[in-house]
Design a binder for this molecule. Structure first.
Ligand SMILES: [Zn+2]
Length: 113
């Protein structure tokens, strides 16, 4: 399962982060995943909960959201949110675009207790 290996990577990053804060407890993690990343929010959330439960940390809450896709038109310079079915510029209909957001996975915030 693709999401499980991602969840384990995230868990490793979080564990490293927690080592910098001895005595604190991880309470909540907010993650955004790009529309184009091919990751399902619910599957990733489930994989994270499973990975953390296996480490005996069931109390951690995960907030996984889709990040909207953003693109920059190389013709007219406008920034827009392309639809999955149509990647042309919404202003000038040019196909010369650059995807600027929505491709990757980001750990947005980590809440400690
Ligand atoms: Zn344009």
């Amino acid at each position: 399962m693709h999401e499980m290996s991602i969840a384990l990577d995230i868990s490793e990053i979080l564990n490293e982060e927690m080592e910098k804060h001895p005595g604190r407890r991880l309470a909540k993690v907010a993650i955004s995943i790009g529309e184009l990343s091919g990751i399902e929010t619910e599957s990733l959330k489930f994989a994270l909960e499973t990975a953390f439960a296996e480490q005996g940390r069931k109390e951690v809450e995960f907030d996984v959201r889709k990040a909207p896709l953003k693109a920059l038109c190389k013709e007219c310079g406008c920034e827009f949110e392309p639809q999955a079915s149509d990647f042309r510029c919404t202003r000038c209909a040019s196909g010369e675009i650059e995807i600027t957001a929505g491709q990757s996975l980001t750990i947005e915030t980590i809440t400690l207790q």
